[in-house]
Ligand binder design. Sequence first.
Ligand code: GSH
Length: 306
Amino acid sequence: MGKLVDGTWYPTGFDIEQGKFKRPPSTFRGRPSAIEPGRYHLYAADACPWAHRTIITRSLRGLSQAISVTVVDPRMGDDGWVFRPEDPDPIAGATRLHEIYTRADPHYSGRVTVPVLWDRAANTIVNNESREIMRILDLDFAPIAVNPPEPILAPAELVAKIDATLDAIYEPINNGVYRTGFATTQETYETAARELFAALARWNDVLAHQPYLCGDRMTEADIALFTTLLRFDLVYHYHFKCNLRRLRDHEHLWRFTRRMYQHPGIQPTCHLPEIKLHYYWSHPMINPTRIVPIGPEIEADLLAPL
Ligand SMILES: N[C@@H](CCC(=O)N[C@@H](CS)C(=O)NCC(=O)O)C(=O)O
């Protein structure tokens, strides 16, 4: 991994301050200027929970024809995210994702992350924040979505509740697994891990009474939680030391995860081997041998009848 400083790439680790993992805010925060099929392109990683949010949204909204996608190699090394020969950058033949960022801004400074929503007409990045890209795909792209031409994952009457839920799960859970896994002191690790499991217990209780986080229908908040939970027993429990309990020990969260996984628009977007390879290969500071463990086997259980 690495980062760009004034347009130059430097291989470097993540930002850690006093033992705490710091995730900088995303830089490109625009909205598409005109909705046209074929104009926008998504750079994503199957392995990454943030990018996976946008891949699921694109799938559920029936935008696969309208928005093209390139999936990078799951192994993130000294060059950061790189393109695979079988899925090259269709826009300018870049070999590394950081070239996409400097194409948008030759003096860009910051981390080079997925997902990225690219505008072919304006030749720049529209947005690189997964939460906002989910909303853009649901709302802005609604007129050309194959699934109904009105927002279905953030309907107007639920937006306030969805936003509050996204806020509530972000720090302790979505970012919490990273704060736990990348902590470099016992204290910061334990604090993050305990906050994580307290939040899981709270949302497990919520899901005892309703199928989805905001009630009876699936929303963006469910997608945002699901992409973290799918990776929990597979990777975070062991690699990030999130091991007070397994996800499957939380009855209602586990049933929720299986319900989401079994959705026909979601299951084809879940690539379990790539997820494991990404984490165990890409973080040599916590897994210096880069060995990918053989287990756990969760796929059959994810598919078990609800
Ligand atoms: N807040 C961003 C976070 C995106 C993010 O951190 N993506 C990770 C992949 S899991 C990444 O690309 N990391 C590369 C890096 O930080 O160098 C979002 O939600 O889109």
